[in-house]
Design a protein around this ligand. Structure first.
Ligand code: ATR
Length: 275
């Protein structure tokens, strides 16, 4: 049975083994999918050991998404554009890196939540690994404009530069938020909910236009604060990152096995635990 794993630090809380076990069961494709905890200094060696022990592919999660891209022998175009990988495929000669996070988000929004992203005015908050991962797919989905804000302004500019579409991508600053107008879609890609420091994002309610959808890429407790702000500010639909998590896993499974699993059953099962 080929071996797969999700590599992170920490990683024990990851839902990926459960999601992939469900896909494996549903499709009848046998695989052994576990967790691999690797400290940042040990990532290269851990991947090498994993390969020697029969590792055929992996998911990469925090904090390794950028470092893993640097260890790859080749990168898929969307991973190249984002600079971060969440999926590794072992080839005869090394690791090929890809990124299914962005397509996972787009599939959740378009298929599960019936949104049409074309022509939409989008605000992306954050310019770290998560923001890099989803931005190319949003552009590919045909949004009209992508505004990016981030606490550290140099990272905003770096992400905008990496995307290479100055006509559609607009780096802005938190201090500009009052003057940006309103948006059809607002995405929180910061890790703020994971921090215990209690700080909050300085977001004016004027960002929310009628029928605005608001997404937090996190789920569970980490998404509560941001989505509560969105609700209080009149957002139409509040979407957390659980659907994206399941969809990116399905895209990874397809890269490894050539079969796209059905995501509804495992999504509903996890949703019941993370309402
Ligand atoms: P991830 O992989 O989750 O994106 P990351 O690459 O460390 O993790 O990025 C974290 C993101 O959350 C960044 O956009 C970060 O802003 P900075 O670039 O300024 O660090 C953002 N973030 C984290 N804590 C924050 C806070 N208290 N206020 C505002 N932004 C925060």
């Amino acid at each position: 049975v080929p071996r797969f794993a999700v590599i992170g630090h920490p990683v024990s809380h990851s839902l990926s083994p459960r999601i992939h076990a469900a896909f494996s069961h549903q499709t009848g494709i046998a695989m052994d999918y576990g967790t691999l905890d690797a400290a940042p200094t040990d990532l290269a060696a851990a991947l090498e050991r994993f390969h020697r022990d029969g590792g055929a592919g992996a998911n990469v999660t925090m904090p390794h998404k950028r470092a893993a891209a640097a260890l790859c022998e080749s990168l898929a175009d969307r991973a190249e554009r984002s600079g971060v990988v969440n999926t590794l495929v072992r080839t005869a000669t090394g690791w090929r890196g890809d990124n299914t996070d962005g397509l996972g988000l787009v599939r959740d929004l378009t298929d599960r939540h019936s949104q049409d992203l074309r022509g939409r005015r989008v605000l992306l908050i954050g310019a770290g690994g998560a923001a890099h991962g989803v931005a190319p797919a949003l552009l590919d989905a045909g949004i009209a404009d992508l505004f990016i804000v981030n606490r550290t302004e140099s990272r905003t500019d770096a992400l905008a530069d990496a995307l290479g579409e100055p006509a559609r991508v607009h780096p802005r600053y938190f201090r500009d938020l009052d003057t940006l107008g309103s948006f059809d879609l607002i995405i929180n890609a910061t890790s703020i909910g994971h921090d215990a420091d209690g700080s909050e994002l300085p977001l004016p309610g004027s960002l929310i236009r009628r029928r605005c959808d608001v997404v937090d890429l996190a789920y569970g407790e980490a998404a509560i604060g941001f989505l509560a702000w969105a609700r209080a500010s009149g957002a139409d639909r509040l979407i957390d990152g659980l659907g994206m998590l399941v969809e990116q896993a399905a895209e990874s499974f397809e890269l490894w096995h050539g079969v796209h699993p059905d995501t509804d059953a495992i999504h509903d099962e996890l949703r019941a635990e993370h309402p």
